[in-house]
Design a protein around this ligand. Sequence first.
Ligand code: GDP
Length: 299
Amino acid sequence: WRRLSSGLKRTSSSLGTAVADLVTKRKLDRAMLEDIEDVLLRADLGTEVAARISEAVGHGRYDKSISADEVKAVVASEVEKVLAPVAKPLIIDATQRPFVILVVGVNGSGKTTTIGKLAAIFSAEGRKVMLAAGDTFRAAAIEQLKVWGERTTSPVIAGAQGSDSASLAFNALSSAREEKRDVLLIDTAGRLQNKAELMNELEKVVRVIRKVDDTAPHAVLLVLDATVGQNALSQVDAFHRTAGVTGLVMTKLDGTARGGILVALAEKYKLPVHFIGVGEGIDDLAPFTASDFAKAIAG
Ligand code: GDP
């Protein structure tokens, strides 16, 4: 909780300051509610949620003075209502061996780092993890994954830069089966020549994985960088259509004032949110909980 609230400090303090500025020495009226709605929109909460919150703030309070804390309490409660249905842990089905997790997202969103953090969590739970360096497009991604493999003592299946990522995924899944690994985490490319090529490549990876195990991938995690704000919405659109995303991880919630985008995503797509990234370190991945996040956002 401490890490989450400090991570979200920039989101909550910009929202909190704006709300505090608005409510001083004024009675609540239509204009103030509109101003509150603007603040919520600027916090990336999305139009529907912003309108709903401002309506809830107004309920029964017209022509009375209102405190910033009252507004924040309404924000927290309304945000929690949106987030509660999507806050779901990532459940590893132990009957699937390996449980195959495909990790997708645009370059720089934090895929490789998230895979490293997940490997640490799963290893600490006593699971045998294997990593596949499926972002064969970038040499740095392969090297970075190998470093995470060493840090978490997880074997890494990697090919040369430019090698075919679908056949790498195929090989990785075959080895993970042979070695009876519990979890296989597969990294993927986040940028190729163009978007169509990237999506074709992802489709191919999924198709090839299914040849080895027709129930796989068992989870497709889309990693989203919170700092991109509204752009996250189009990323969900594109990846969901191609790879059948089963859950989200939102990274870089530390040091951004745009944490509210998670609420807009939850409202629009209703996809499960499993984890949030609040730093670059191995321990900086937290399970996502609605009440904590809602409280942290409202400040
Ligand atoms: P990829 O291209 O999607 O694999 O992204 P990377 O895992 O290489 O991450 C890109 C950059 O974001 C790296 O410098 C990471 O250390 C950083 N990063 C990843 N997750 C977080 C996070 O939750 N918080 C912060 N502050 N940085 C992160």
